[in-house]
Design a protein around this ligand. Structure first.
Ligand code: WTA
Length: 656
């Protein structure tokens, strides 16, 4: 935990509870407290029996596994000896059922066009693109980078990679050329799939340009496939770049699934840690598929008849698990939207829910805060009566935002599932079950079957009810990360070393109340949660220091109305601390520099120039003090330089 705080104080005391309606519970997949408890206890006492039974009935195998789980945390293996394919489970197996001609994906572009793919049509496209991958020499185990807008081709590319056994690494479209190059290099990607651009708030987001700029520092990349989306001008390099539509034109849709080992690497997804470069979280095949399949079904009460919409971008884990793999494995209808929630106006999401009669809606607290700010008139104009379940993910939801969601969007009728999980956990870990759990606004409530968390001190000692501490997992689960790509040592060090390999350490602080409900209080490491996206303070600091004018930088978060956390950068310039217009110009330049190095998602909200930073005697920056200053009354973008830190230095003795 940071600095000298050994216990986390919780100030939130929420007493309202919202039980599910009898009607909802009656039709729910998990419908009673007894059923939940029986499942949870069995999974805790006999995890192999519990997961093994489900894996046999709920997944389709080419060859049944020999054992359910081997080894102990951190090195667990699941379903050893089994042969399976995720693409088969998400597509082929539905073709022999009534689901064959139902919608798998309903996609809406920002510009208004709608494309629907039935399971059969999606299967056809995926088979074709899988044969394109074959033709370009992509083999099982090769890494493929996807840097794409939210268009159906992204899902097709993922499923085609899974079909041939290529490991995909998706990079969110808000990342810069440098970030792409880093990730290409770390994963040693052979192929990049991108688009000319994508649409966002009426503007074209250039993608191919960024890929081009990343190529010099991506020596492993041999070929680039480009989807034509916006029709904008792009540079196509002969022998390296291919149009998606040209390759697909003569591709044949007869590509069977490769039979892959249960532990075959399905994807790498880079996420921020508290130190150094981004971590390549690696998920494998069977365990991840089982986890996302079951959690989609349990938490969203997902049925094949539902129209389900998760508003995340597929560039993040939420999109991987709950737009593509989980819903499709269940044979559900998953909606995908390309653009911004406020385009052409702030009613876009509600209009789409009405147009497509969406039943289940999964979004983020940061989006909910924006909806509240935009005003009730937007949802009020639309018929939202098709909705039956709401969800949130990404950060703690403030109880008032929860209440607004419950009243304005859910008409006090839809259960809300506040789902706690992480890129590393692969799937939802702690969440209400909508037909069972009486929810409390702001709490992600109880662990799902197979998840055995605890709240402990720095030393690993268990804490009692309502005592804030560190959130850990005491048992392995099938969909947990297996390693950090190319750096197993860092994997062990980051998640397991703190408690001698006994527990998985999530990096979050939490408490458990007297009813056994979990209340997550946020990160305890140097990771910011900006609009539900994890950003490392270290990465932003290195980006700042890489600018020629910067001597030292310290980055902290501060409470931000919409983003949850904003980014505040304290910067010691190499020369004099500028003031007035010169300071404003220097701030602009540094903001542009960080965007250039990491991407628009890391855009600083405040840059403050200073001649010194408060440090402990051992030289550690006293972030707590900086956080206090950042959260102070000065407005964002304020140009005042910080006071001399000799004043704060007096605090050194108490803060070490
Ligand atoms: C935070 C997103 C409170 C948490 C799926 C976690 C949450 C980090 C919740 C993971 C929630 C996610 N309540 N906090 N319901 N969901 N978080 O890897 O700090 O992008 O560690 O995965 O988001 O972010 P990640």
């Amino acid at each position: 935990m940071s600095e000298n705080s050994s216990a986390i104080q919780s100030v939130l005391h929420e007493t309202r509870t919202f039980p599910p309606s009898e009607e909802f519970s009656k039709h729910a997949i998990i419908s009673s407290e007894e059923q939940y408890e029986q499942m949870w206890n069995r999974a805790k006492d006999d995890p192999a029996g519990f997961w093994g039974d489900i894996a046999q009935t709920e997944l389709d195998w080419f060859k049944m596994y020999d054992s359910v789980m081997d080894g102990k945390m951190p090195n667990t293996k699941w379903f050893t000896g089994g042969k399976i394919n995720v693409s088969y489970n998400c597509l082929d197996r539905h073709l022999t059922t009534w689901r064959k001609n139902k919608a798998a994906i309903i996609w809406e572009g920002e510009t208004g066009e709608v494309r629907t793919f039935t399971y059969q049509q999606l299967h056809h496209e995926v088979c074709k693109f899988a044969s394109v991958l074959d033709k370009l020499g992509v083999e099982a185990g090769d890494r493929v980078t996807l840097y794409m807008p939210m268009i159906p081709e992204l899902a097709i590319a993922m499923l085609a990679c899974a079909r041939v056994g290529a490991t995909h690494s998706i990079i969110f479209g808000g990342f810069s050329a440098d970030a792409i190059a880093d990730r290409n290099h770390d994963a040693q990607s052979k192929l990049v799939i991108t688009a000319d651009g994508g649409w966002r708030r009426g503007k074209e987001v250039p993608l191919k340009v960024n890929v081009d700029a990343s190529m010099e520092k991506s020596p492993s990349v041999e070929k680039v496939i480009v989807v034509r989306r916006t029709g904008g001008d792009v540079n196509m390099q002969d022998g390296r770049d291919y149009w998606w539509h040209d390759l697909m034109e003569d591709a044949v849709a007869d590509r069977e699934c490769t039979h892959l080992d249960s532990e075959h690497p399905l994807f790498i997804l880079y996420t921020s840690g508290s130190t150094g470069k981004p971590k390549g979280v690696l998920h494998t095949t069977a365990g991840y598929l089982l986890g996302t399949t079951m959690t989609s079904r349990w938490v969203f009460d997902l049925k094949a008849e539902d129209t389900y919409w998760c508003t995340a971008d597929i560039g993040w884990i939420t999109g991987h698990s709950y737009i593509v793999y989980g819903p499709l494995s269940n044979g559900a209808t998953t909606m995908m939207y390309e653009g911004a929630p406020n385009w052409p106006d702030e009613g876009r999401f509600w209009e789409m829910i009405e147009r497509h009669k969406v039943n289940i809606f999964y979004t983020a607290p940061t989006a909910i805060r924006a909806f509240i700010k935009w005003g009730d008139q937007w949802p009020e104009q639309h018929d939202l009566s098709s909705l039956r379940l709401l969800g949130t993910v990404g950060e703690p939801i403030n109880p008032e935002a929860w209440m607004w969601y419950h009243k304005m969007i859910g008409a006090e009728r839809c259960p809300i599932v506040d789902t706690w999980w992480q890129t590393e956990t692969g799937g939802i870990m702690i969440s209400p079950l909508p037909g069972v759990t009486a929810t409390k606004p702001g709490s992600c409530t109880k662990p799902l079957p197979g998840v055995v968390p605890a709240i402990v001190t720095e030393k690993g000692e268990p804490l009692g009810p309502n005592e804030g501490g560190l959130l850990v997992m005491t048992q392995p689960w099938p969909h947990m990360l297996r390693t950090l790509y190319g750096d197993h040592e860092r994997f062990v060090e980051t998640y397991f070393a703190k408690f001698d390999g006994k527990y998985y350490f999530a990096g979050d602080g939490a408490r458990k109340d007297e009813d056994g409900y979990y209340w997550v209080m946020g990160r305890v490491d140097d990771v910011l949660n900006v609009s539900g996206h994890r950003l490392s303070t270290m990465e932003i600091e290195s980006a700042l220091v890489s600018h020629e004018s910067v001597a030292e930088a310290a980055v902290v978060g501060f409470p931000h109305d919409l983003k949850g956390e904003g980014i505040c950068c304290f910067v010691i310039p190499k020369g004099e601390v500028a003031s007035g217009d010169a300071a404003v110009a220097a701030q602009k330049e540094l903001i542009a520099h960080v965007r250039n190095q990491i991407g628009a998602i890391a855009t600083p909200d405040q840059i403050r120039f200073t001649s010194a930073l408060p440090k402990t005697r051992s030289g550690k920056i006293m972030r707590r003090l900086l956080r206090d200053i950042a959260a102070g009354r000065e407005s964002a973008g304020d140009t005042t330089t910080l006071e001399d830190y000799s004043v704060l230095a007096k605090l050194r003795d108490t803060d070490e």
